[in-house]
Ligand binder design. Structure first.
Ligand SMILES: N[C@@H](CCC(=O)N[C@@H](CS)C(=O)NCC(=O)O)C(=O)O
Length: 222
């Protein structure tokens, strides 16, 4: 059996790193967690940049190496768990469905929400341009929501019958859609039901309780 090197998660509460935080807790692996305080720009401190030169969370230190990008880290964590319990094994079509979900969430949904939360990243400082980017973000998120609803269909989880790392990622993106900065988002009963099922998992409640010690965020079903 291979030995997993020491794992350290760098995260900020309710950031996209929450998906990795959940996956690690679900995995049963030993890991340490270190908060990176984004509001005070700790992610741009020399100490953090030495770990992750991208200056973002999540990052996962794996022994002497650091892995970045939520999709890649979720894949790594999933692969440390035997029998494909968090991520189906190579050759199983469901594994590629998981990648389909994770890539869609990171390249589309995350960027649409970012254009709403932080339109200056795309628009610079011009106010009118920021408003236009924000409005387009709301439209893009509406389209992505329709895609998510269609893909979920009547399934219990993103991949069908079993929870996977893709569900952890869908949970975080769902929480973001409930933020007051998102001016409108279409009805999303399937995504809502899935996120609620994720919330009911003990590992998820443990992680959220830990994260809320540093930043209290709302969970819609409480
Ligand atoms: N493509 C990266 C994006 C990571 C990212 O944007 N993380 C945000 C938190 S959700 C962050 O650290 N932002 C800090 C900054 O950009 O200054 C991923 O999917 O992991």
């Amino acid at each position: 059996m291979s030995v997993v090197p020491a794992l350290i998660l760098y995260y900020f509460p309710r950031a996209c790193s929450l998906a990795v935080h959940i996956a690690l807790e679900e995995s049963g692996l030993d890991y340490e967690r270190r908060i990176v305080h984004l509001p005070s720009k700790q992610n741009h401190s020399p100490a953090y940049l030495a770990t992750n030169p991208n200056g973002a969370v999540p990052a996962l230190s794996i022994g002497q190496q650091t892995l970045t990008e939520t999709h890649a880290i979720l894949t790594y964590v999933g692969d440390q768990v035997p029998e494909g319990k968090l991520l189906p094994l190579p050759g199983d079509l469901l594994r590629y469905r998981a990648h389909e979900w994770m890539n869609f969430l990171s390249s589309s949904v995350h960027t649409y929400v970012r254009s709403i939360f932080r339109s200056t990243v795309y628009a610079g400082e011009d106010n009118a341009t920021c408003l236009a980017v924000n409005a387009q973000g709301v439209k893009n998120l509406a389209k992505a929501t329709a895609i998510i609803e269609r893909r979920l269909g009547d399934q219990t989880w993103a991949l069908g019958d079993a929870f996977s790392v893709a569900d952890a990622y869908l949970f975080v993106m769902y929480l973001w859609t409930t933020d007051e900065r998102v001016s409108s988002v279409p009805e999303r009963s399937r995504w809502d039901a899935l996120a609620k099922r994720v919330w009911q998992r003990p590992a998820v409640q443990r992680v959220v309780a830990i994260e809320r010690q540093d930043r209290n965020y709302e969970i819609p079903w409480e």
